[in-house]
Design a protein around this ligand. Structure first.
Ligand code: NAD
Length: 443
């Protein structure tokens, strides 16, 4: 194909990132094949069902399936035959018991695809990986692909946020192209032309820098969250109010208010594992000291979870054992069903382990939570789990919870006590409705 012709795309790994990428690229007019090794996921996608909760994605899937430009497969042979540009979107979780990133899925994807690559094409990593991974994968590709050096590797890190994934994909703040040649740059440009035509800024750089941009961005965001949560710890010791503190800081343009909300801290399938993997990788390559602060960022974040449980215990007069606790939220953040490293479920499970009877409700993540933690109890609504509760704990700031009428909920509980782990509620309104209200970092 010519340099300017629209490339045919494959997307390998159709999870939160890959399914969104495949569907969005097809919606832009590209001919896309999505591949996953999980047959259940592929069956669902083929039948027009998005296998996870993401606002706007089911409608876009329906529209693109009708266009005939989007197919799903489990066959690497079919994917290799189809694609001019292959996006690798498989998971890169934390290794069990270690901080290091598990690269086995990325390697398996390359090993699955490469033997079928018989013509010139571009393989593009989108997964978040430790710096240096692309260099190693280039060697593997050249070794295994029949087309040899004709197959090139590029890195195009992804910044989408769950809950905003469609808009973030179609209107990203920026694109980053990590490339080793002018040909690869031109191929990536063609693969993102409609998005570039919107005036989206693009940073073209080398492979290592592209890999690093992603972990540097996530480290910055995690640090900002832990910074304000560290201030919350100081507020707790001094009687100061971290909400007012954060509001005052946010008026300074140089600081800004985003990611400066105090509370239970970050979780999910990205920030926690990415900062740990980055700290680990930096140590491996002899620059551990440069990012050693990330260990503290992680520690501050974990302490918010135990401090939330302390607040619950304080409200209960010192004992969790035998208490009935209603947990509002399970997902790691609102507008998502993702429970990977979810602070909400961590807190719920710890309280269960301390002898409390814990009932959890979440608008989207209940199925995932039930599968992962069958030992917890689950309910069908906030009202349902709050019935006869000794204390309510807000753990994920869904809009639905912000809109609860405290006077109505007060009628369901045994004792009107609430810990607002996300600073999501109007403290005055809840207190006026008779609730004992506590929040991290506030008197
Ligand atoms: P996910 O677990 O939802 O999806 C990964 C998918 O890869 C799964 O469907 C799995 O079955 C599939 N897979 C595993 N091995 C495979 C193989 N050998 N061949 C084909 N498919 C295979 O994970 P995710 O959240 O989509 O994350 C994927 C990557 O994107 C990670 O590196 C993550 O850090 C990064 N990322 C995620 C987000 C996000 O918001 N979820 C945002 C930016 C970057």
């Amino acid at each position: 194909m010519s340099q300017t012709e629209s490339p045919r795309l494959t997307v390998i790994g159709t999870g939160y990132l890959g399914a969104t990428h495949a569907i969005c690229m097809a919606s832009l007019g590209y001919d896309v094949v999505g591949l996953d090794v999980d047959e259940r996921k592929i069956r669902k996608l083929r039948s027009g069902e998005v296998p996870f909760f993401e606002p706007g994605l089911p409608e876009l899937l329906a529209k693109t399936m009708d266009s005939g430009r989007l197919r799903f497969t489990t066959s690497y042979e079919e994917a290799a035959e189809h694609g001019d540009v292959h996006f690798v979107c498989v998971g890169t979780p934390q290794q069990p018991g270690l901080d290091a990133c598990d690269l086995s899925y990325v390697e398996a994807a390359v090993r699955g695809l490469a033997p079928h690559l018989t013509r010139r094409c571009l393989v593009v990593g989108k997964s978040t990986v430790p710096v240096g991974t692309a260099g190693r994968l280039t060697g593997l590709l050249h070794e295994l692909a029949p087309a040899g050096q004709e197959v090139e590797l590029a890195w195009n890190p992804e910044f989408l946020r769950e809950g905003f994934a469609v808009d973030d994909t179609l209107h990203p703040d920026r694109l980053v192209f990590g490339v080793a040649s002018e040909w690869a740059r031109a191929r990536l440009t063609a693969a993102f032309q409609p998005i570039l035509d919107l005036g989206t800024p693009v940073v073209v750089t080398d492979l290592a820098t592209a890999e690093l941009v992603k972990v540097a961005a996530n480290s910055f965001l995690a640090t900002k969250i832990s910074y304000i949560n560290a201030m919350a710890e100081v507020c707790e010791a001094t009687g100061a109010d971290v909400r007012d503190l954060a509001r005052a800081l946010a008026h300074d343009d140089r600081i800004g208010g985003r990611f400066l909300q105090p509370g239970l801290g970050f979780g999910g399938g990205c920030l926690p594992k990415d900062i740990r993997a980055f700290a680990h990788r930096a140590e491996e390559i002899g620059v551990g000291q440069a990012v050693s602060f990330l260990r503290e960022v992680d520690a501050i974040n974990r302490r918010r979870r135990s401090r939330t449980i302390d607040l619950v215990r304080e409200l209960l007069g010192g004992r969790l054992d035998g208490a009935r606790v209603a947990c509002l939220g399970a997902a790691f953040k609102p507008d998502s069903d993702d429970i990977r490293d979810a602070p909400a479920l961590d807190v719920a499970r710890t309280m269960h382990g301390l002898g409390a009877t814990v009932r959890v409700y979440d608008p989207a993540a209940l199925d995932n939570a039930r599968r992962a933690y069958p030992e917890l109890r689950y309910g069908t609504s906030a009202m349902d789990v709050a019935r006869d509760a000794d204390v309510v704990v807000l753990l994920t700031e869904w809009t639905e919870f912000r809109q609860i009428d405290p006077a109505v909920l007060a009628k369901a509980v045994r004792h009107p006590r609430i810990v607002d782990g996300r600073h999501a509620l109007d403290a005055d309104a809840w207190r006026s409705a008779g609730w004992e209200y506590r929040a991290l970092g506030r008197p």
